[in-house]
Design a protein around this ligand. Structure first.
Ligand code: A3P
Length: 320
């Protein structure tokens, strides 16, 4: 994850030296900026984004904490927006690229190296971006402009943690190792994990969605899995591209869900063989299960997360 962008400016180095710091399980350094933990090169991307991003009111930003269903959300949104252009055609973008190649991250891809990147590839509207930044960090840049639409995908904490563990091991090509899980669990609980604390992240979007439901949509991985038809229609309504009765009668909803299913995407050649940002596309797809944590977390680990999450989300109306 995040191997590009080793150009850290002198200004950023000086900022970093004044910030709280920590390191992940592989020794890669993290620093805490505006309440969120970043690798140094990601922080540079965040600062570049702050400096250079010019929002447009038609922009759509897909947001998530890592390992919460970002890939799925990207695929579903692309399929929704492209549905009339590419129905049943061989040139559908999802057939030739991974969802992360089609919808780049603002701070990890687009702005990682510069505050004035070439945005010509986003010339058609709406422009579709993604981010793992918490909402309060993005809002600094979005304020005073016509607000764009932000969709957040949230997932149960314990499943997110397990998905993160599998991903880290796959990315580093190492066997699943319980000591790595213990380390990730510890970082997750302390909050000092890439883009953490998890609860601050989720709460920023939860509150944003309550304050401004027309511009921030809060979706849940578990609901998407349990009631996919209702949820994709909710997403389409929010984005202003509701399904017509004719489209529903003609099976568009099911087609999109099938196209974006983990089973389908993970079998595509492009997702079996190619890489992005030093990550094999195949590592973005694993199990599509709710409650997989039960197979790996000890009762002590489970209790600790439950207690922290309960305490941190108290009074918010959100349960995870
Ligand atoms: P698991 O590891 O629990 O299986 P992200 O996309 O944010 O990196 O999240 C990865 C998680 O989403 C993984 O969860 C992965 O299997 C799941 N995922 C990826 N693509 C998906 C899809 N098309 N449908 C459902 N889940 C998907």
């Amino acid at each position: 994850l995040n191997v590009r962008g080793d150009k850290i400016s002198e200004e950023t180095k000086s900022l970093i030296s004044s910030l709280p710091s920590d390191a992940d399980g592989q020794g890669k350094k993290l620093c805490k900026y505006q309440g969120c933990w970043y690798y140094y090169n990601t922080l540079q991307g965040v600062l570049n984004f702050h400096r250079g991003f010019q929002p447009q009111d038609t922009d759509i930003i897909l947001a998530s904490f890592p390992k919460s269903g970002t890939t799925w959300l990207k695929a579903l949104t692309v399929a929704l927006l492209e549905r009339s252009k590419h129905r049943s055609s061989d040139d559908h973008p999802l057939l030739s690229d991974n969802p992360h190649g089609i919808v780049p991250f603002l701070e990890i891809d687009v702005y990682i190296e510069s505050s004035s990147p070439d945005l010509s590839k986003f010339s058609s509207f709406p422009r579709l971006f993604s981010t793992h930044m918490p909402l309060h960090t993005m809002q600094e840049t979005l304020k005073d402009s016509s607000p764009c639409k932000i969709v957040y995908m949230c997932r149960y904490a314990k499943d997110t943690l397990i998905s993160w563990w599998f991903f880290v091991c796959a990315m580093h090509k190492i066997e699943l190792d319980k000591s790595i899980l213990e380390y990730i669990h510890k970082s997750f609980c302390s909050g000092a994990i890439y883009y953490g604390p998890f609860w601050e992240h989720v709460l920023s979007y939860w509150r944003g969605s309550l304050e401004d439901p027309n511009h921030v949509l809060f979706m849940r991985y578990e609901e998407m899995k349990a009631e996919p038809r209702d949820q994709i229609k909710r997403l389409a309504d929010f984005l202003g591209c509701s399904f017509t009765k004719e489209e529903e009668d003609n099976g568009f909803v099911e087609e999109i869900l099938d196209l974006c299913s983990l089973r389908n995407l993970s079998c595509l050649e492009v997702n079996k063989t190619r890489r992005i940002n030093n990550v094999d596309h195949k590592d973005y797809f694993r199990k599509w299960e709710v409650g997989d944590w039960k197979n790996y977390l000890t009762p002590e680990m489970e209790n600790k997360i439950d207690m922290i999450i309960q305490e941190k989300l108290q009074g918010s109306g959100l349960k995870l």
